[in-house]
Design a protein around this ligand. Structure first.
Ligand code: MN
Length: 306
């Protein structure tokens, strides 16, 4: 499918993480590993947990990245090795900078688990620029009311992180990027300016139209550099738009680890297996690292399309 202004359409595979919990793994994709500094993109759910069911992502490590969690429905309780305990709800942002190393868990709290309920949202990883890869780990939470909205073009654009059309999110970022939640009424337009070198859009509800092509929910479109692209909503729709400036050097990704060298990933795996990460207060379990084996760290060099 060739669409003017679009380099690539990514239709993510559905992955079963167990207990009926599904994610769509959009990035890294076989044909495109990164969009600007964004190196990982999972759409969680939508899933409905029955009473007594919930999410249980046991403690695991991260390095070299920041995780960004943004929910559409439900609630997740985050705990990490810098001592944070934070519930996240729809419209709020959890930004966790892993830097030189952090461990965290993501679970459904006992109170929410007792009643069951929906869960739906997006978790992204933003790779850190080389100068900040070994920065101290930290965690920040932002309420929905703290996020600015851009209504200037007819759509409601919530700026989750970075800068969009001169509107700046309070979330601290480490390289030029933007990440916005766009809500569109039927027959309105969404214009994505050429500001950043790499940009992509992922439709989460409804459908958009571009150049006579219909873009359904569950697809990511990677936009052509240097070109403003204007989408039309063909129903009440929602999409996230993101991007930024690419790094000069490739990134390696393996399991939950991101680095500018494969050696750093091997060292972090050893550290995790040897118990050298800080523990997550309140947790006694952990996820063991997989064997390095056949699934060696992947480099963004081999998937670069521009
Ligand atoms: Mn994680």
């Amino acid at each position: 499918m060739s669409i003017p202004g679009i380099d690539l359409v990514i239709v993510p595979p559905l992955r079963d993480l167990g207990d009926g919990f599904h994610v769509k793994r959009v990035l890294p994709s076989p044909s495109k590993m990164m969009v600007g500094p964004f190196i990982f993109f999972d759409q969680m759910g939508p899933t409905h947990f029955n009473a007594g069911q919930g999410l249980d992502v046991r403690p695991h490590p991260h390095i070299g990245l920041a995780t960004v969690t943004y929910l559409f429905e439900g609630e997740i309780l985050h705990r990490d090795s810098v001592g944070s305990v934070q519930a996240i709800r729809p419209g709020e942002v959890n930004w966790m900078t892993a830097g030189r190393g952090i461990a965290h868990s993501e679970r459904t709290s006992p109170a929410v688990r007792a009643s069951g309920g929906p869960i739906s949202g997006i978790q992204l990883w933003v790779a850190l620029p080389k100068a900040h890869e070994e920065t101290n780990p930290s965690f920040a939470h932002f309420e929905s009311s703290q996020l600015p909205r851009d209504l200037s073009l007819g759509a409601s654009m919530t700026v989750i992180a970075g800068e969009w059309r001169g509107v700046q999110s309070p979330v601290e970022v480490y390289s030029p990027l933007f990440y916005v939640d766009a809500r569109l009424q039927d027959a309105t337009k969404l214009s994505v300016p050429a500001t950043y070198a790499e940009r992509a859009i992922y439709v989460t509800e409804g459908a958009l139209e571009l150049g006579g092509h219909r873009i359904e929910a569950g697809q990511m479109l990677v936009l052509h550099t240097g070109q403003e692209v204007v989408f039309n909503a063909v129903s009440d729709s929602r999409a996230v738009v993101l991007g930024g400036e690419p790094f000069d050097e490739p990134r390696f990704i393996w399991w939950n680890l991101v680095a500018s060298s494969a050696e750093r990933i091997h060292a972090a795996r050893e550290d995790w297996q040897a118990g050298r990460f800080q523990v997550v207060p309140g947790e006694s379990e952990s996820i063991p690292a997989p064997e390095l084996g056949a699934a060696r760290p992947r480099s963004s060099e081999s998937t670069r399309t521009s």
